[in-house]
Design a protein around this ligand. Structure first.
Ligand code: UD1
Ligand code: UDP
Length: 369
């Protein structure tokens, strides 16, 4: 029996193909939902749209400081694992849910499988970088999405035998949902009047961007100016952290169309027909690359350098003038780059590796008794 610990928007989306692969291959599994994300539009909407079964366990850890949130998830997951003793625990990505789920498992000597292992921004001020490094170093199975990620792991001394290059499950999620998304009309509330390829899509939620008044203001100003320069509407589905910080800093953006966070099918619909994407999101950088929509990343670094190498993405930080400059330059970018994140069969490979080695683990455990 495998246990999958998840709890935020990107984890639900990126784990959905893994859950589907488990279902298709009759792999026994349970999902523990940490409750890190809990608002309907950050959580339930994805279970509904992606037709995922309700999680077997729900911790309702909620929001809080890093320590408090991680601790609540850690002790909740530990309790469940103690009574169920799965043969491995899977985590995906770099959130506090990942850190807590992996720590709970490894301390109980349960092998950890890390999906999307080996990503590095080399910026330890990012909470996600700490979570990635710790999760990778305590994992038994490292599912690296690309050869770049594999190389990062090897250079930190992680054994080759633990690493499997699978592709990123986001490609699976995009391929599994794009046709359904594109069959929908482009009439998402708040986006009235936009036309195919004639609008810009933006998101921002990174702690180091939106919890800092200067950075958040710079992003909002840059987006507003870009809307003015291009004459195209900028659609911005606002993450709850960002909404909260706009209120805290009393920022009232000008020239941008702010809408609430939207479901995955709605987001894919908007993203696939956008002329340009600006974001500080990891998943959105990957998706825009997969969808052949040019991207400007509102950060000084990225743990997805494959997108830069492909020519699909550039870094612009949070300075308004630089955002406008890079945005204008990317508008007419040729879109014929190759997707570096795999063929859409990552989840199938992950399930295959776990099934093979899962049998080894359980027969090994039997020999120990
Ligand atoms: C978390 C992850 C981040 C990931 C992001 C995906 C960590 C350290 N951060 O950031 O890596 O990119 O999820 O979106 O794990 N809130 C709500 N409703 C919700 C969830 C959050 O209103 O359902 C608000 C609360 O005010 C909360 C704030 O958003 O305090 C931040 O939530 P939190 O889960 O701590 O971090 P994210 O910014 O969502
Ligand atoms: N996304 C969504 N609705 C939105 C914004 C984003 O469904 O309003 C999806 C997007 O398609 C991507 C994922 O959320 O798959 C990215 O999550 P997020 O930006 O919150 O986190 P990150 O990837 O940076 O960890």
């Amino acid at each position: 029996m495998f246990f999958l610990v998840l709890g935020t928007r990107p984890e639900i989306i990126k784990c959905s193909p893994v859950i589907r692969a488990f279902e298709n291959q009759d792999v026994p599994y349970h999902v523990i939902h940490s409750g890190q994300h809990y608002s309907y539009e950050m959580d339930r909407v994805f279970f509904e749209e992606l037709m995922l079964p309700a999680p077997g366990f729900a911790l309702e850890a909620g929001s809080g400081s890093h320590g408090r949130q991680t601790a609540r998830i850690l002790s909740g997951v530990e309790e469940i694992l103690q009574s169920h003793r799965p043969s491995a625990v899977l985590v995906q990505g770099d959130t506090n849910t990942v850190l807590a789920g992996a720590l709970a498992a490894v301390k109980l000597h349960i092998p950890v499988a890390h999906i999307e292992a080996g990503l590095r921004s080399f910026d330890r001020k990012m909470p996600e970088e700490i979570n990635r490094v710790v999760a990778d170093h305590i994992s038994r199975f490292l599912f690296a999405p690309t050869p770049v990620a594999r190389k990062n792991l090897l250079s930190e001394g992680i054994g080759e035998e633990k690493i499997f290059v699978t592709g990123n499950t986001i490609v699976d999620a995009v391929y599994q949902n794009l046709d359904i998304a594109r069959a929908r009309p482009l009439n998402i509330p708040g986006t009235g009047g936009i036309g195919e390829g004639r609008y810009i899509l933006a998101t921002a939620h990174r702690e180091e961007n939106v919890d800092d008044k200067r950075n958040l203001q710079g992003i909002l100003e840059g987006l507003g100016e870009l809307a003015g320069e291009t004459g195209m509407p900028v659609i911005f589905p606002v993450h709850p952290r960002t909404r909260k910080m706009m209120e805290v800093f009393s920022l009232v953006p000008d020239g941008i169309r702010l809408i609430p966070p939207i479901g995955y099918l709605e987001f894919l619909r908007l993203e696939s027909s956008a002329r340009l994407v600006l974001t500080d999101s990891g998943g959105v950088q990957e998706e825009s690359c997969i969808l052949h929509v040019p991207c400007v990343t509102l950060r000084e670094n990225t743990e997805r350098p494959e997108t830069l190498d492909a020519g699909a993405n550039v870094l612009a930080g949070t300075d308004p003038a630089r955002i406008v400059r890079e945005g204008l330059a990317m508008l007419d970018k040729r879109r014929d780059w190759k997707n570096p994140f795999g063929d859409g069969r990552a989840a199938e490979r992950i399930a295959g590796v776990l099934l093979r080695t899962g049998e080894e683990i359980s027969s090994f455990e039997k020999t120990k008794v």
